[in-house]
Design a protein around this ligand. Structure first.
Ligand code: R5P
Length: 270
């Protein structure tokens, strides 16, 4: 068994304790991507993170799957997952197009670490939930925490962590203008004297987190930010004024402090 890893996931592959296959990648002058295995691989596991360079990552995943014989595919960060349905008529369901393409390329099974929603997997891929790992981190670093979801859509994730560890939790409501992208956050939380941990699955521009912090900041004793997939586009961390920021290693960033390696190993039964 060997891991064939995409370069975005190399840091995570090193933590799995499974040999990493040697490969060659190059880019042709016209921008196309070349992939070759440099050694035979039986029972290959493709490991990939689709950020940064989501579109190239997809092509690389398809090529890695094609080069192997029905590999298991583990995607630590599935790009395009937020477009998991048609919000406006005529839209593409982008996440469906992606998981279908990976399956059709020859994947035997596809696992996705904490997908944005179960719908984004379209009954083709399986989720790897990491709430226990997140809860462990919180219990080691924050005493008597109040977990806050910055958006009703993420309350399921926050509730999973809170229930596994007996933490208090609350949620805010967020609306995003589909045309302008403007984010409005509403809700009241009694955060007086509490150590608040705001948990989200993705930080992209940081707007959602910035709004949530503003709501609890004045009352809370401390505010901590925990994110699974930290994209932090355009230096988004500058918008996040918190006592601590921690991200998992599904996407490598300046706040990668938590590894999901053991969750992946458990899911693929190794
Ligand atoms: C949205 O539903 C997600 O859970 C995140 O809240 C969102 O993607 C964060 O985006 P941004 O950092 O741009 O506000």
């Amino acid at each position: 068994m060997k891991i064939v890893t995409h370069k975005n996931a190399y840091h995570l592959a090193l933590k799995l304790g499974i040999p990493i296959a040697r490969v060659k990648r190059k880019r042709f002058p016209d921008g196309e991507i070349y992939f070759r295995l440099l050694e035979p691989v039986d029972e290959g596991i493709v490991l990939a993170s689709m950020f940064p360079n989501q579109n190239d990552s997809l092509v690389e995943i398809l090529e890695m799957v094609d080069a192997l014989d029905e590999p298991i595919v583990v995607i630590s960060y599935l790009a395009y997952a937020r477009q998991d349905r048609k919000f406006l008529s005529g839209e593409a369901v982008s996440s469906r197009a992606i998981v279908r393409a990976i399956k059709y390329a020859g994947a035997s099974e596809i696992f996705v670490v904490e997908p944005h929603s179960i719908e984004a997997l379209h009954n083709i891929a399986k989720p790897i939930y990491v709430h226990e790992t997140l809860g462990e981190r919180i219990s080691r670093n924050v005493s008597d925490p109040l977990l806050v979801s910055p958006d009703f859509g993420r309350s399921e994730l926050v509730e999973r962590i809170a229930k596994a560890y007996g933490f208090d939790f609350a949620f805010l409501k967020k609306y995003r203008d589909r045309e302008t992208g403007e984010i409005i956050t509403e809700g009241e939380i009694d955060a007086r004297g509490r150590n608040v941990v705001i948990v989200d699955d993705i930080i992209s521009t940081g707007g959602t987190m910035e709004n949530a912090i503003k709501i609890v900041r004045d009352q809370a004793s401390s505010v901590h930010v925990l994110v699974i997939h930290g994209l932090f586009v355009d230096n988004a961390y500058r918008r996040i004024e918190a006592d601590s920021i921690a991200s998992t290693d599904t996407v490598l960033n300046a706040y990668t402090k938590i590894s999901v390696a053991k969750d992946i190993l458990k899911a693929i039964k190794i």
